[in-house]
Design a protein around this ligand. Structure first.
Ligand code: DQA
Length: 180
């Protein structure tokens, strides 16, 4: 069984926490259909995500499963303890109402990633059940897509934290003045 590494080891309480989920058959990266998915293994991809996460001071939890129900459970669990999700749902992109509903239910900002350009491939891959509940989709940029997703989600979460911080004093002022 594959480990689910969480990085970096040294963390502080304000650190952004992002769960990265890889769907079915992505455990075979590096050997699987190399002309489409390239030669990088999943472990090597996870290492490059972890390296960038360390640079951005983000804690990442990386997981792969071939099981739809396990992916749904991991999305649900992320509701406590995580700020956002990056997911390559792989083949479930095109079939899974359950994964879409899980993402909508937890309400965490989610970025959908695909190594290949799904819109350039067979027609059945053009439809994503996930795109409608994701803040964005990155498709066709290979492993770089995950790194862009991490940067993008980091910026999105940082901006919404900043917004919440600046919005908070105004709310308490209104409360003190008794205008609410
Ligand atoms: C994929 C594209 C999907 O259509 C396919 O089923 C995958 C991988 C990608 O990363 O390009 O398994 O999500």
């Amino acid at each position: 069984m594959r480990d689910h590494p969480t990085f970096p080891v040294c963390e502080h309480k304000d650190m952004l926490r992002i769960r990265v989920l890889h769907g079915p058959n992505l455990n075979l990266l590096g050997t699987r259909e190399q002309s489409i998915y390239g030669t990088l293994s999943l472990d090597a991809l996870d290492s490059s995500i972890t390296k960038l996460a360390n640079e951005l001071a983000v804690k990442v939890d990386l997981r792969q499963s071939n099981s739809e129900s396990e992916l749904v459970t991991w999305i649900q669990e992320a509701r406590t303890g995580y700020d956002g999700i990056i997911i390559n749902p792989a083949a479930y992109t095109h079939t899974s109402v359950a994964i879409r509903d899980a993402i909508a239910s937890v309400g965490l900002p989610t970025v959908e990633v695909h190594l290949s350009n799904i819109h350039q491939r067979e027609e059945f891959r053009h439809r994503s059940y996930i795109a409608g509940v994701a803040i964005g989709q990155i498709s066709g940029l290979g492993p770089t897509g995950y790194l862009l997703a991490l940067r993008g989600l980091h910026d999105h979460l940082t901006a919404s934290r900043r917004q919440k911080k600046t919005a908070a004093p105004a709310t308490s002022r209104r409360t003190v003045k008794g205008t609410r």
